[in-house]
Design a protein around this ligand. Sequence first.
Ligand SMILES: Nc1ncnc2c1ncn2[C@@H]1O[C@H](COP(=O)(O)OP(=O)(O)OP(=O)(O)O)[C@@H](O)[C@H]1O
Ligand code: SF4
Ligand SMILES: [Mg+2]
Length: 326
Amino acid sequence: MPETPAIDVSGVKVLFQTGGGRAVRAVDGVDLTVPAGVFHGIVGESGCGKTTLARAMIGLQAVNEGTISIAGRPLKDWQANDRKGLARRVQFVFQDPLGSLSRRQSIQQSLEEPLVIHGMGNSADRRRRIGELLELVGLPQTALARTPRSLSGGQRQRVAIARALALEPSILICDEPLSALDVSIRAQIVALFAELRHKLGLTIVMIAHDLAIVREICTSVSVMYLGRIAEAGVTEAVFADAAHPYSQALLSAVPSPDPIVEATRRRVILAGDPPSPSNPPSGCRFHTRCPLSFERCSREEPMLRPAPHGGIAACHLVESGVHGQI
Ligand SMILES: Nc1ncnc2c1ncn2[C@@H]1O[C@H](COP(=O)(O)OP(=O)(O)OP(=O)(O)O)[C@@H](O)[C@H]1O
Ligand code: SF4
Ligand SMILES: [Mg+2]
C-alpha cells in the first residue's frame, strides 16, 4: 500500500475579494502531494501565490475550493476536532522570526509557552525539553534569559525554529526562512534545516527565492506561476531538464555545479511582468510571455502531465511529446 503523504493538496483555490470588483486569484487550482520525509521547495516569481498556498496548508488561510489533508486527515477535520493534534503534527516557520516571537518574552518563555499550552510535562520536564531544543538548533543556554531583539537575526531564526519544534511536529512549513538573514549566515541555517530533517525525520516544505539553495537542499521542487503549479519533480531532474518554458527561464538564472553544463549555460530573461492574478490570461496562463507559445496555448489550458524528467509539467508541448526548449 502506498504510504500516506504528509501533505495532500487537491484542487485548492484561494481568492481575495478586493474593492475593485474582481477577486485576486492568489491560488487558482493547485494539486500537490508531499510524501513523508521529503524536503520540498516551492519557487516562483513574487506574487505567484507561494505564501498563500503555504498558509492554506496549515490552515492559517481559508480556502475557497478544494481540500488539504495533513497525514491523511482533512485539515477541516483536524480544525474541527483536534486543533492541538494538528499543532503537534505541523508547524510554520515565518520569514521574519520577530513576527512569530513575542518581543517582551524571554527566549525561555517563548520556548516554554507551547509546552505549557499543550500540557507537556511538569516544569522539570519542560526545562529538560528546552535544553534539548537549544542543543538541536545550536544555541547556548545563555540565550534563555535574552529577548528576541537582543539576538542576531540568525540566532532569532534558530529560536523560531526551536519553538516550532517544541511539540515534536513531523512537518515544518517554512515561508522564506532565509530571506531576512544576512547572506553570510544563510548557509548555517540551511545546514541546520538539513541536519534537523535527518535527525528528526521531518518533512519540510520550504518556499525560497534563492534557487541555488533549493537546488542544494530540496529533494523535490514545485515551480509556481500565477497561482498554479507549472512543473514539479525531483529537484536535480527538474533543474537538469526542465520541461516547462517558464521553469527553463526561471532556472536558467542558477549556476550549475557541473562545470561542463555551466560553460554552456544560457540565461533567458523573460519579457514583461507577470499578468495580474485578478485577470489571468486565457488558456495557458504563461502564453503572454512564453517564447514558444502557439495558437492552442491562448485557447486551451494545459493540465499537469508526466514530463520526461519523471515529474509533471503543464504545457501543451510536453503533452504532445515535444521537448520544447526556449
Ligand atoms: N490578504 C490579501 N488580500 C488581497 N490580496 C492578497 C492578500 N494576500 C496576498 N494577496 C495577493 O495574492 C497574490 C499572491 O500573494 P502571495 O503573498 O501568496 O505571493 P508570493 O508568491 O508569496 O509572493 P512573494 O514572493 O512576494 O512573497 C498577490 O497578488 C498578492 O498581492
Ligand atoms: S502551453 Fe504553450 S504557452 Fe504554455 S508554456 Fe507550453 S508552449 Fe508556452
Ligand atoms: Mg510570499
